[in-house]
Design a protein around this ligand. Structure first.
Ligand code: FES
Length: 159
């Protein structure tokens, strides 16, 4: 069996499980996409095609949802995803300097993935913890009161 065939089988099974879990209603499209995103790392064209058949929705509609929400991605992401809060409350307490430290350390701009596929950097709106801004997340780990000089240490915790 080739790697490509394995990947296809995995995609089929992840899509089937997500649809089974959430049901075939159009209103469940976002939860379905989030589940698939967590399992596969991105929403591939093959996923969109399968969902189009299963939910009886145009693939253009699924694509527009998958590209609209920043928590979703239609291209593969790196091993670790850094989300940086760019909303005003985090910005006014020094978020811009933390952001500069992140982009300088990684050499990435928003939405980019490093050449070694280790990091993907995205910005996000308020993460709901403004009291501890500036805030960033690495995968599911939340960091608050981040100082620019702490950025390299935080990133060094991830392989
Ligand atoms: S503004 Fe950054 S967490 Fe709310």
């Amino acid at each position: 069996m080739t790697d490509q065939a394995s990947a296809d089988e995995k995609t089929i099974s992840v899509v089937n499980e997500a649809v089974q879990q959430h049901g075939v209603s159009r209103s469940e499209l976002i939860p379905i996409l989030k589940t698939i995103m967590m399992r596969l790392g991105y929403i591939s064209p093959a996923v969109i095609l399968q969902l189009s058949h299963k939910l009886n929705l145009p693939s253009t509609e699924i694509t527009s949802v998958a590209t609209f929400y920043r928590m979703l991605s239609t291209s593969p992401r790196g091993k670790h995803v850094i989300q940086f809060c760019e909303s005003a409350p985090c910005h006014v307490v020094g978020g811009n300097l933390v952001w500069q430290a992140i982009t300088n350390t990684l050499g990435l701009q928003p939405g980019e993935t490093s050449a070694d596929n280790r990091w993907t950097l995205i910005t996000t709106s308020c993460l709901g913890v403004c009291g501890i801004g500036p805030v960033m997340m690495v995968d599911t780990d939340l960091y608050g009161n981040v100082k620019p000089e702490e950025v390299p240490l935080i990133l060094s915790r991830y392989d």
